[in-house]
Design a protein around this ligand. Sequence first.
Ligand code: NAD
Length: 467
Amino acid sequence: MSQTNSDHTYNTPAEIDEIHARLTRTFYSGVTRPLAYRRKQLLQLARMLQDNHVAFEDALLADIGKPRLESSLSEVVHCLTNALTAADSLETWAAPKPCPTTAAWRADWGATLHKEPKGVALIISPWNYPLVLTLNPLIGAIAAGCPTVLKPSELVPVFSQLLATLLPRYLDPTAYAVVKGSVPETTHVLGLRWAHILYTGSSRVGRVVAAAAAAHLTPVTLELGGKSPAVIADDADLTLAARRILHGKIQNAGQLCVSPDYAVVSRGRVGAFVEALKSAHAEFWPEGDHPLTGNAPLSNIINASHHARLVDMLKRTKGKIAFGGETHGQKGITPTVLTDVPEDDVLMEEEIFGPILPIIAVDAVDHAIRVINSKPTPLVIYLFTDKEEIKQKFLQRTQSGQLVQNDVVMQLAVNEMPFGGQGESGCKYTASFDTFTHLRGYINISSAQEPFLQGRYRPYTDDKYQF
Ligand code: NAD
């Protein structure tokens, strides 16, 4: 029997144990291994998204107020396309890889890497892009042949319930399951043995997940957050940079792991950059429109406590609000830009995760690099410049999951590029199929090889030393 916590039904420990046992039996039965089975599940996943496109948009609207167009493009259609691509690519991805040997005497051993499913996988996802961050990894796990448990965030209950209802109608329920729950349920899930855990969320909880995985020596992929800077070099076109940065910052009201967290600008160009941001804001919300109450309002701040956290930051900052800073009800904050922000300000301590952009004024590129390197390694560095020497400086003297020149967030559009952080922004790249695949080495030393192997056997007579 499920138990009810607040308004939502969560799985009990006994149910979670039963799901884990069921999926483990399925894995060892071998049913998830044939490519035909995997392809069918991927196509069924695509069908689930196609048939229920509007229901998923409704759920994301109800849970986080996400505009339909954003839900459609960046979540539903994105995953649907990925599921179809994976179904088409399966044979290539899963094909065994020959391991050419450099030594002639090993040439006939048939050294090969077989792509094997790791086993029963666990995917724990956050609330900010709940569909894409749950189903994209699932696509990799299905493609790799792994039965999988999905643990979506309790902060998106409508989405979680919809997924829990639809998944068994479309996919094999003996191999794929949703566990609904909050911290106690996730803690129970993490106590079980998994073949791989993929966690997306905050660095704080990433540590909890890594510690739980260590208890079973389970491989883990952590996709975390951090403070990703946008650096505007002196040669950059301020109008373009401002439009692109503001557009990126307001996606999901700044609640995006790769949101530009803060901007770094030469002291002498801060005023002009603020004016360019104001112009971009006026383009996005022409006279009479409003970011929170107008035609296409920003997504909500996920809940009252996150809203209070952002409002508290705005109270405690030593920076000056250049524009924005309006709050509406408990969930909305208008796009807010601040200047005169000290490097050790409250806004520079943790990932902001809201539509607030502090501008840090610097003396030169080297100073910008010092600011970035004084913080934990970011998920991404955005660099606005056309100068090769500046790009090289950043490549050689900074670290980040990715480096993106002259735009923000668009790295997510390059499906082919592995995505992931470094250091505190996470470890291991999510090239989804590879994550859930074990490269199982294989050789076959047939009896025909025996004449070439005589030298290894005892007795170790002198004639065997022929180097
Ligand atoms: P979160 O870490 O609070 O929660 C994520 C998941 O962890 C949820 O499913 C939740 O139930 C579970 N969880 C929470 N506390 C737990 C605990 N003590 N023990 C076990 N499980 C627990 O993250 P969030 O607030 O949902 O998401 C925001 C964070 O995620 C931001 O830091 C953002 O940058 C990051 N993020 C990263 C990526 C990426 O791909 N790198 C993508 C999106 C979000």
